[in-house]
Design a protein around this ligand. Sequence first.
Ligand SMILES: *Cc1c(COP(=O)(O)O)cnc(C)c1O
Length: 387
Amino acid sequence: MSNDIDHSKLSIETSHRPTWCEIDLDAIKNNILQLRHMLDSKVSLFVCLKGDAISCGAIEIAKTCQENGVMGLSFGNIDTAIACRKAGIHLPMLLYPNCLPSSAETLERYKLSPTISSLEEVSLWREFVKGGLDVFLKVDTGGLRAGAFPEKSVDVAREILDAPNLSLVGVYGHAMVATSGTSSLEINSKIEKQIQLFTETLNKLDQENIEIPIKMFSSSETLLCFPEADFNTVEPGRLIMGIDFPSIPLRKRQWSPALKALKSRVVSIKRIESAVLAADVQLFTVDTNTLIGLVPFGWSDGFPKEVKTTAEVLIRGKRVSVIGPVHSEMLRLDLSQVPESMVGDEVVFLGRSGEDNISIEELADQWNTNVFGVMHAIRNSVSRVYL
Ligand SMILES: *Cc1c(COP(=O)(O)O)cnc(C)c1O
């Protein structure tokens, strides 16, 4: 191990553990503006921040949304929504079902709107809400997850209108179809039918003179394929984070990936000299003179337990491979081809190092997943640095 450590290399802004990802807020802004250009000016934009904004960090993404004309935010986790509220976000916030009506006081305090799917839920919220609460009705068009079935939706809406402490601010749906083992034609025809069911439900509500301020259905894929499902509000998540759908030919735009880099640093180096330890006590066998570098990034941080054997990372602009097994919070690199490596050197899993670059698509391939899978995998133990 070298004695010549540059200590300045070992610190980053947000954490003492030098493992971080770089999130580009200009990319988020660009994606919002792309969408604004694409959509009719009468269509509003909600942004789905579930999964901590696909690991980009909900608070910073919410701030960028608020500064760029987004109308509302939706969350799969009430705690994330509260954290955003406390950070100064004043936009309307929709919660997918993830808390109980007994938390009504908290929802009132932070102005969070729950999803209602049944008559039972209406009566529970009505019982627990002290002052007043804006709520959304969800329509289930086939996902069999949250939502009232289309034929029940009018009854539930009426029941919400009857509750003096609940205001119906919106009705939303979400296309959910099985994608494995199905042709894209079959997928599209199922989504079309779900859009039709949602449209019919809105029409019925209209016939009953039930006024619905927010009518929302499209998440990213539906939004790109079915302009007729824009209604008056759309609700993408992945597109805002710059995750593209290359197979969808409609509404093609340049989306900018928000995740620009994933990096760590070498914290320890050892050379495998001959006869240091007998081969029969070693965890695995490597050639004599192999240089092993340890990096504080492991599967509990989101690095996969299994990567392609061809997986490479960059150090000093050169490609080196990961030596398995990967551990909970660290992994090994084979630094034999970069003998000048030192403790503190930057290790690039995604992004640029010298002349070379690992793209998010290449990283996704190494990890046997797609871009969404890479982003989703990255845990909170990896610091986020905002560009
Ligand atoms: C996940 C989700 C979205 C956003 O989906 P993307 O594919 O990320 O755009 C929108 N609405 C609901 C109800 C969701 O569950």
